[in-house]
Structures are given as structure tokens and as C-alpha cells.
Ligand binder design. Structure first.
Ligand SMILES: [Zn+2]
Ligand SMILES: [Zn+2]
Length: 680
């Protein structure tokens, strides 16, 4: 079951997050964001790529929104109310509470202040939110009988969640934006160790490693304090929710400690309203905020009051939080125009500004003049401070998450192209996980593993439970024959796969794993073993050259003193001995002279390691078996000496498992040929 991911936004850029994932016949849209840097058709994802006919209800199984930021939820009301999507939508409770505030704020900025064509109305926003199903963290939601989803805490902003989705045996996680370290008001992202085919992760700070947060916070406070001490005004353009609250906790606390009386303002009623939500949703904030909640609510700011438009040009220092962030329009732009020309003022920008916004222009070099629209130019003489802390994870956090989850594949979104390429390289080389960084409107095809349920026999399971089953059986079996273990590479056998068997499919088309011993009875066939054979003639005169070893001195001498012709020749090869208990040292006289026995002595002497066993009519080592060839028409015969009666043919047989051993023995036997009687 392959997975497909169509990236409709945030592909090699930040803005309009939207990924449509096809998994097991289901199609899930993760996030439905808008791009803050564009006002043309690029503002929204190209929904026509999901369905040309515009039948989104049939094309999509559900929509999942990770958090309330506009680059993740900004196109939702447009998609449901204007494009007509009516299917299920999921987000966390805080996101459901806060997303309409963000959408309404954006609508107002666009329509009421900039006089733009209305994309969606306040009523559209309300109707859109009615279609949303709110979910709790770690609550498993059954979207339909096949699709399961679950939200995990992502930090980042209040209510932000990573989403897990599972269909059959395929599973993925889409992170949305997340933070791997806690900040002033939110905890760090938390997720279970899940089995994943695919992880789609943000990569805003794909190459940044951050140092201590404390130092970065001090830097911000120092810059603000210096400005107000010099009588300047500080503009902090922020989104209404998230960053504003974090910075407020920081400033309020500092004001208290430093006993400062300079006013801190929040621009419109929106932020005040948002703070109210924060207070209500205290359960979703950090442990520190939760712990101190009983004695002091971190969101009850002592020094913060609301701002009035008439205060823009009032004399004296102040700090102002104004929406929207990145100075993409609205009130923050209005204040920017007034305050930027004075060098005693300060503008503090968040760590990340989307390309196309004034915030982005201010951060890329220090421009002296900025065109805010084609008719209006602003002289920028104020100081610019860039916040170096951000609610996004840094590169280490992304690597830590990828390592922790160890998915089979990773897709990077929500980042800048060159930085993503660097991170992709690291994920592939350091973690050996295939990684992709698709551009907008690209589709990534992910092969996925499909698990098939099979039956298994008891023997197979027992064998699987004991990884050394075969090895133990084999070694005990061989010990009865020989004490030599050189032939059994035991260590190697121990490393064999744990579950080893044969997969068969019976008439009912059901697959079954069986142990290989069971296969033949199940199939109802007899065992055929392949045996190798080799028959060749040897001049047995040379056997007299055997150097006596310790236990066969006597025997060798005896052999040497007897004319070899007496025992040579096929007619003498059948052993006369009836005493099967004969030992090496006390063989019956007749056997001492048989060529087979001479061969036994030769092999016992020359073979390093394994010891060959002697039987009345053959010699044996494991499955290797040698006897005197009795047939003139032996089909295995390789070559024959023509001269004399001291020629004897040895017929060898062995099975595949002992092939190497067999050729070792045969090579010793072949040596016999190179010796002649004359060398005596
Ligand atoms: Zn975000
Ligand atoms: Zn984002």
C-alpha cells in the first residue's frame, strides 16, 4: 500500500502549509494555510490539483489543522465556504477556539483596512468553524472504519498539535510547527515512539543550532530597555496569539524586577481577548505556568494596558505589541510608518518573516527606504532588533525527533530550499532514512510495507523461539559420530535468522509458515536427496608410502612388508571381517591388507582436523562415503589406469552439505597417484 503526498503549500518555502496525503485509499489534507507574502493566486493552495471538477467532498476523507497560525488555517474558511468542502475537519480544542479570531483579524486587515476584495465573510468563518470537530491530545479518533487519527502536544503555540494518522498497517505523522524545548508559556513537543512509514516535518530552522535561551532573552530585554530609557518607542509586531503572550510574560516580569513605569500596550481588543482564552485554556500551557497558576496567573499582566490609536503620536517612551506580525499590513504597518523614521525608536521582529513582507525586507540588510506600497515610501532610521528565539524547533530538535521516531521516510516542508537540502542530506547520511524536499505542487510517492497475516505451525513457532534449534540438533547429532567440531561453524549458525521456515499456500489460499522438516509430509511427497559421486582409480602401490602415525606404526610396517599385489584389485575389496567392533589398533589381519584399510591409514594420517571412520566395507566422514568400486561400468568413473593389478577404483559419494569436505578428502586421495612404487 503506497503512500502519496501532494504538497500544495510550504514546499521549499514557509507559507500556506497544505499537504494532501493518500494512504490506503484515504485522502487527508493536513493544514489549509494561506501565504502572507502574496496577494495574488499564490495566496491559497492550488485546490484544483485535488479535484479538477471541484468535488472536494468525494476527493478528501478529512482535513486536519495543526494550529491556529494563518499559514496553517488561513485558507480554511475559503475552502469550506467558497470552494464548498463539507467533509469532516479536525483540530484541537484551543485551535478551534482561537482559529476564528485569527481568521477574523485577517479578514478585517484585508477588507476593512486595505480595501481588498473580500475572500470570505465573518459569517463564512462562523459557518466554517461549525464543521470542525475538536479533539483532545492523545485521543484516538476513528474518522471512518479504516482511518484513525491522534493528536500529540507540539509546543509552538497554544493548542498546536502533531497529528498521527493510520490506515491498516500504514501510518504517518504530520508535525505542523513544533518546538522541542519549552518556552515561557508552553511545554516541549511530546510524542509516542510510533511505527511510521512517513514523517512530514517542518524545517523552518533546518540549519540553525540555538544556544542558551536565557542569553537570547536577556539580549531582547536589554535592547527594549535601552530604547525606552532613551525616550524611544518600541514596536513589536506579532501575531495576536503565541509570541505576544510569551514576550509579554518576559517583559512584565522584567518591568516588575526593574521597577519600570513605562507603559506596555496591546494594540487592539484582539490580544486582550486572546489572553482571556489563554487563561481559560491553562491546561495546555507549560508545567511551570500550570504550577504557579494557583498563586499567580502568568497571563494577568500588571503592566500591560490596551492601546488607543490616538497614542501613536503621543510623546514619551512606550512598548507596543501590534498585529499582524512581520508587518504584513494592518495596524503594525500603520504604526511602522509613523515610528520608523525616528532613530530613537526600535522595531523588534520575530525570528522568522515570510518573503514578501516588510518584516522580511527589514531583516535582509538594513534598508534606509522602504516602499510600503507603490505610492508610499518610508524612511527607516529606527533601530531594528531581530528576536533570536522562536517557537520553532532548531535543526538539532528536528534531527532528535526524526531519530526518535525512526520513520521509513521523511518529507521536509515549511522551510527554505537551500537549508532544507542541507538537512535532507544529514537525515540521509547520518540516519540512513530516505528524505524528500518537494516543491509546491510536487507529489512524493512513498512505497509502503504491507503486512500479511499468515498461519504458522507449532514446529515452526518452536523453531523460531529457539534460534539455535537447528544448530543444537546438528551439533549433538555430530558429536555422537565425532568429537571434532571443526566442521560445524557453530558461531555462524547461531547468527542465522530467528524465524526460518517455508511459506506455503494451501487450497484455501491461506499462507502458512512451516518448518522445513514438515514440508514433505504436508505436500505428500517423498524426499529426494541429491548425492554427489566421484569414482576414480588409484595406484595402490603408493599407499605403501604412508608415513606411520603414532597409533599405526605397527600396521604400516606390516603393510610395507607385504607385497601390495596381494591385497590390490577389486576382487579383494570386500572386507572379510565380521567383527564390527574392531578398533583401529586391532583390525583382523585380512583387513590390514585391504586397500580400503590402507586408504584409511593414509587419510587418518594426512587429513588435518577431521578423523575418518572405518567400517568393514567403506570409510565415512560426515556424509562423505568411500568404498571400493565393484562395477566395471560404474557411471561415476572419471579415469582409469591401464597397467597392472595394483590399480583399484574408489567410489565416493557425499551430499551437498559436505561438498567442501569431500573435495578435501578427494584431494588427499588424488595425491596417491603422484607417487609410484619406484619412489620407495
Ligand atoms: Zn506556526
Ligand atoms: Zn507555520
Amino acid at each position: 500500500m503506497a503512500i502519496e503526498c501532494l504538497v500544495l503549500g510550504a514546499g521549499q518555502e514557509v507559507g500556506k502549509s497544505c499537504a494532501v496525503v493518500s494512504i490506503g485509499g484515504k485522502k487527508i489534507m493536513f493544514d489549509c494555510g494561506m501565504h502572507m507574502g502574496h496577494l495574488d493566486h499564490r495566496r491559497y493552495p492550488d485546490f484544483s490539483l485535488i479535484s479538477k471538477s471541484g468535488d472536494f467532498n468525494n476527493a478528501l476523507t478529512c482535513i486536519i489543522i495543526t494550529h491556529f497560525h494563518l499559514d496553517h488555517v488561513g485558507a480554511l474558511a475559503y475552502f469550506t465556504e467558497v470552494c464548498g468542502y463539507n467533509g469532516p475537519i479536525y483540530m484541537t480544542y484551543p485551535t478551534k477556539a482561537l482559529a476564528p479570531l485569527m481568521l477574523e483579524d485577517y479578514r478585517k486587515v484585508m477588507v476593512d483596512r486595505r480595501g481588498e476584495e473580500e475572500q470570505f465573510t465573518s459569517e463564512n468563518i462562523m459557518n466554517c468553524m461549525k464543521k470542525v470537530t475538536a479533539v483532545d491530545l492523545k485521543q484516538t479518533v476513528q474518522v471512518d472504519k479504516d482511518l484513525q487519527i491522534r493528536a500529540y502536544y507540539a509546543g509552538h503555540v497554544l493548542g498546536a498539535a502533531m497529528f498521527y494518522a493510520k490506515v491498516g498497517d500504514s501510518a504517518i505523522v504530520y508535525t505542523g510547527d513544533y518546538n522541542m524545548t519549552p518556552d515561557r508559556h508552553l511545554g516541549a513537543a511530546q510524542i509516542d515512539r510510533l511505527q511510521l512509514d512517513l514523517l512530514i516535518t517542518e524545517s523552518t530552522y533546518a540549519t540553525t543550532i540555538r544556544d542558551s535561551k536565557y542569553a537570547r532573552e536577556r539580549e531582547f530585554l536589554k535592547a527594549v530597555h535601552k530604547c525606552v530609557a532613551g525616550g524611544g518607542k518600541v514596536l513589536i509586531p506579532t501575531f495576536a496569539l503565541g509570541r505576544a503572550q510569551e514576550l509579554c510574560i518576559l517583559l512584565d516580569d522584567y518591568w516588575e524586577r526593574m521597577n519600570l513605569k513605562i507603559p506596555i500596550y496591546f494594540s487592539a481588543g484582539l490580544t486582550i481577548q486572546a489572553n482571556m482564552y489563554y487563561k481559560m485554556l491553562i491546561g495546555w500551557t507549560s508545567q511551570k505556568v500550570k504550577d504557579s497558576y494557583a498563586t499567580q496567573n502568568a497571563f494577568d499582566f500588571k503592566h500591560v494596558c490596551s492601546f488607543d490609536r490616538s497614542l501613536i503620536n503621543a510623546p514619551g517612551p512606550c512598548v507596543l505589541f501590534a498585529t499582524p506580525g512581520m508587518i504584513s499590513g494592518g495596524f503594525s504597518l500603520e504604526v511602522f510608518k509613523q515610528w520608523a523614521p525616528s532613530e530613537i525608536n526600535l522595531i523588534t521582529l520575530p525570528g522568522y518573516c515570510v518573503a514578501g513582507t516588510i518584516g522580511h525586507k527589514l531583516m535582509s540588510g538594513k534598508p534606509t527606504k522602504i516602499y510600503v506600497d507603490k505610492d508610499t515610501q518610508v524612511d527607516v532610521r529606527c533601530q531594528i532588533h531581530q528576536l533570536s528565539f522562536s517557537p520553532h524547533t532548531d535543526a538539532k530538535g528536528i534531527m532528535d525527533l526524526v531519530k526518535f521516531l525512526s520513520p521509513k521516510h521523511v518529507i521536509l516542508v515549511h522551510g527554505e530550499k537551500p537549508k532544507m537540502a542541507t538537512l535532507k542530506g544529514r537525515i540521509q547520511s547520518e540516519l540512513q532514512i530516505p528524505c524528500y524536499d518537494p516543491a509546491n505542487n510536487d507529489t512524493v510517492h512513498i512505497p509502503s510495507t504491507q503486512l500479511v497475516k499468515i498461519d504458522a505451525t507449532e514446529t515452526f513457532i518452536l523453531n523460531s523461539l529457539n534460534p539455535n534449534f537447528e544448530c543444537l540438533k546438528r551439533s549433538s547429532h555430530s558429536e555422537s559420530k565425532s568429537t571434532n567440531t571443526d566442521l560445524l561453524p557453530l558461531k555462524q549458525r547461531k547468527e542465522e535468522p530467528v524465524a526460518k521456515g517455508i511459506l506455503i499456500m494451501d487450497k484455501t489460499k491461506r499462507a502458512k509458515a512451516v518448518h522445513h522438516d514438515e514440508l514433505l509430509p504436508i505436500l505428500g511427497v517423498e524426499e529426494h536427496t541429491i548425492q554427489f559421486a566421484y569414482c576414480f582409480s588409484v595406484n595402490v602401490d603408493s599407499l605403501l608410502l604412508i608415513k606411520p602415525d603414532k597409533h599405526s606404526i605397527e600396521l604400516s610396517e606390516a603393510s610395507a612388508s607385504s607385497p601390495i599385489t596381494e591385497s590390490g584389485g577389486p576382487s579383494n575389496t570386500l572386507s572379510q571381517s565380521t567383527d564390527s567392533s574392531s578398533t583401529k589398533n586391532e583390525l583382523p589381519f585380512s583387513d590390514k591388507h585391504s586397500s580400503l584399510h590402507l586408504l584409511f591409514l593414509k587419510l587418518s594420517n594426512d587429513l588435518v582436523g577431521p578423523k575418518i571412520q572405518e567400517f568393514p566395507d567403506h570409510l565415512q566422514l560426515e556424509s562423505f562415503h568411500v568404498s571400493i568400486c565393484r562395477g566395471n561400468n560404474c557411471p561415476y568413473k572419471i579415469k582409469e589406469f591401464s597397467d597392472g593389478n595394483s590399480i583399484v577404483s574408489f567410489c565416493c559419494k557425499w551430499s551437498l552439505a559436505d561438498e567442501k569436505l569431500a573435495w578435501r578428502v578427494i584431494s588427499v586421495m588424488n595425491d596417491l597417484e603422484s607417487l609410484t612404487v619406484h619412489e620407495l
